[in-house]
Design a protein around this ligand. Structure first.
Ligand code: PLP
Length: 436
């Protein structure tokens, strides 16, 4: 019975199926195709979603710490830079006082290219003769032939090493720094920088004493109170970030006297104001004194990262006292040698003095400017707040790059081979803006 029923059922269903087979086939086709279509749509959507995830979520973005101008500089020569639309700009900013002999100087390019074709890098564990070549040239051009050279990679690192070397030297901990000073962002360099917003809690220290800039009385009192504890005094000859403010001759001389008296170390931060920018190799030279350690970077490599400290003969080096992996590498030294060769060959320090004096003199004729400060090609134009737009106008209307020091100081930090014609181009643009 059961068998019969099954048979019957089978038969019936078979018949039924046979009857609707073409319809089912067609439906199946559409259903299957629909399913495939939906499946491929879902797959595509998923693929798009994943690729978007990769592009927008997983791709690395820049850590957004710099407010930037929306200009893409793609090419440069001398003091001219071009953006991606081939629009030329006059560069009186030098990439923040870095460009000393002009962009892509042929001798510089040739030296670096030749060096790279020989060897770009080997560590400080072997002889690197080009380091001695650089030391010899730097001693000659800076007039400090009896000093010793330690090479590193940046301005902050130079200051960090100088402060550390001073502390090794006199086994003391306290450092005197000044209001509005900027010395870099490494641990102790930033602690000596008068900007609490960039000092991380881990960099805070009681070892740094801040004094008012150019205040001789405050300096003398600090030495009276802490003299035996003061390891070093660090000072820019001309403050850059602080708004192009010159240390007075008498202040620098007093630092020299007190450092001698208390066996403290005089550190001349020449990262921005050095390397010929002021019209003398070190701006501290205007005071006719010698610092114990000069720190430098920026113009030293004309864009190639290199920093250094020039160390007075009284400091004795011991193995391991200072060190770096990259500092003094072949390529960086080739860049720095090329820079000094051009500075020497083309008398660029003299040019900075001449063109700088001309610019300063002309700028001082504008009644609207609150104050013109600086020396050589390190010039600060202090503007009243109603003229705060001038820097933006220089860039947007006249295609001239300048720097700034907040709130309203325009900083000129051009290459040392800036010509009088370029100075005039700037002065014309400046006049036009002021005349509205
Ligand atoms: N010292 C001075 C006077 C500077 O102007 C700067 C940079 O602007 C530094 C030190 C730090 O140099 P770097 O940015 O190469 O570390």
């Amino acid at each position: 019975m059961l068998l019969r029923l099954q048979k019957k059922k089978t038969k019936t269903s078979s018949l039924t199926f046979l009857d609707i087979k073409p319809i089912m086939k067609m439906m199946g086709f559409f259903i299957f195709n629909g399913f495939l279509g939906r499946l491929s749509y879902i797959c595509n959507a998923y693929r798009t979603y994943v690729s978007h995830l990769i592009i927008y979520s997983l791709s690395m973005d820049l850590f957004n710490v710099y407010p930037i101008n929306p200009i893409n500089i793609v090419r440069a020569q001398g003091s001219t830079v071009w953006d991606a639309e081939e629009i030329p700009y006059l560069d009186l900013y030098g990439g923040h006082a870095v460009i000393s002999i002009g962009h892509t100087h042929p001798h510089y390019v040739q030296r670096i290219t030749e060096q790279l074709n020989q060897i770009g890098f080997y560590s400080n564990s072997v002889e690197i003769p080009i380091q001695r070549e650089l030391a010899r040239l730097l001693g000659e051009v800076s007039g400090k032939e009896d000093y010793h050279l330690f090479l590193c990679n940046s301005g902050a690192e130079a200051n960090e090493n100088a402060l550390k070397l001073a502390s090794f030297y006199n086994s003391r901990k306290k450092v005197i720094a000044f209001s509005k000073a900027f010395h870099g962002r490494t641990s102790l360099a930033v602690a000596c920088t008068d900007n609490p917003s960039i000092i991380a809690p881990v960099n805070e220290t009681d070892n740094v004493i801040f004094l008012p800039f150019n205040d001789e009385e405050a300096l003398s009192t600090a030495f009276k109170n802490y003299g035996e504890e003061i390891s070093s005094v660090i000072i820019e000859g001309i403050q850059g970030v602080g708004g192009i403010r010159e240390a007075s001759v008498s202040f620098l001389r007093l630092i020299r006297t007190l450092c001698d008296q208390y066996a403290s170390v005089f550190i001349a931060d020449s990262v921005q104001c050095g390397y010929g920018r002021s019209g003398l190799f070190y701006s501290h030279d205007y005071a006719g004194i010698e610092a114990d350690i000069y720190t430098m970077a920026k113009g030293m490599g004309n864009g190639f990262p290199i920093g250094a400290i020039s160390i007075a003969p009284k400091f004795v080096a011991t193995y391991g006292m200072l060190g770096t992996t990259f500092g003094g590498n072949h390529l960086a030294c080739a860049a720095a040698v090329a820079v000094l060769e051009v500075i020497k060959q083309d008398s660029l320090i003299q040019n900075a003095a001449t063109v700088g004096s001309y610019l300063i003199e002309e700028l001082r004729k504008f009644d609207q400017i609150s104050e013109v400060r600086g020396r050589g090609l390190m010039i600060g134009i202090d503007l009243p707040s109603e003229l705060a737009h001038v820097r933006k106008d220089l860039l947007e209307k006249h295609r001239i790059f300048t720097g700034e020091a907040r709130p309203t100081v325009i900083r000129l930090l051009p290459a040392l081979n800036t010509t009088k014609e370029m100075a005039d181009q700037f002065l014309t643009a400046f006049t036009e803006i002021l005349e509205g």
